[in-house]
Design a binder for this molecule. Sequence first.
Ligand code: QAP
Ligand code: CO
Length: 179
Amino acid sequence: MVREILIWPDPKLREVAKPVEVVDDEVKTLVRDLYETMYASNGVGLASTQIGVAKRVVVIDAAGKDAPPKPMTFINPTILKTEGETTYEEGCLSVPGQYEEVARAAKVWVEALDEHGTKRTLEAEGLLAIAVQHELDHLDGTLFVDRISALKRELIKRRMKRLKEEKAREAARSEERAT
Ligand code: QAP
Ligand code: CO
C-alpha cells in the first residue's frame, strides 16, 4: 500500500525510531509499503519515520534510472565505520522540490538485518553511501535540512509551510466537490 509521506516540518519526523525486535509479518508489510511508497514517488530511499512509523526500518534503491531495480532493506541499521568526505546535492521526499549540498562520509560500512531477519554487512560508496547516511539520519529524527545553513533551512521551511497550506486548501476544495 502506498502510504502518505510526511512533509517537513512535522513533529513526527523528529521522533527517534525504536529498534525492531522480530522481523515478523507486520515488519514485512511495513517493508512492502515502504518500497511501494518510495517507487511511486521515484525516490532513492525512504525511512519508516517519513510515513509516521517510528521503527528502525529503511529501504533504498540507488540503482540508476536505466539499471534494473536494486531494492535494499535495512532493519536496525548501524554504521560501523566511515571513511573520507564528499558532498552531494541532496533532496528528500519529505522536503519535495528542494535540493542543497550536504557534506557526508564518502564510504560507510553498515550492519543491518534484511527483510528475512538475516544480519548483513555492506560496504557502500557513491550514491548508496550518501543514501544510507541520509536515511539513517531519519531514524534519529534528523533531516538533510539540519545539515545546511540556518538561513537556507528557514527559507526551505517557509516554502514547505506554504506547500502544506496549498495542499490543505486543495484537499478542502476536493472535499467540497465530493459533497
Ligand atoms: C535520499 O531522497 C537521498 O524533492 C532519498 O520532488 C538523497 O529519494 C539519497 C525526491 C540524496 C541519495 C542522495 C525528492 C523525489 C526524492 C524530491 C529521495 C522530489 C521528488 C528524494
Ligand atoms: Co529523506
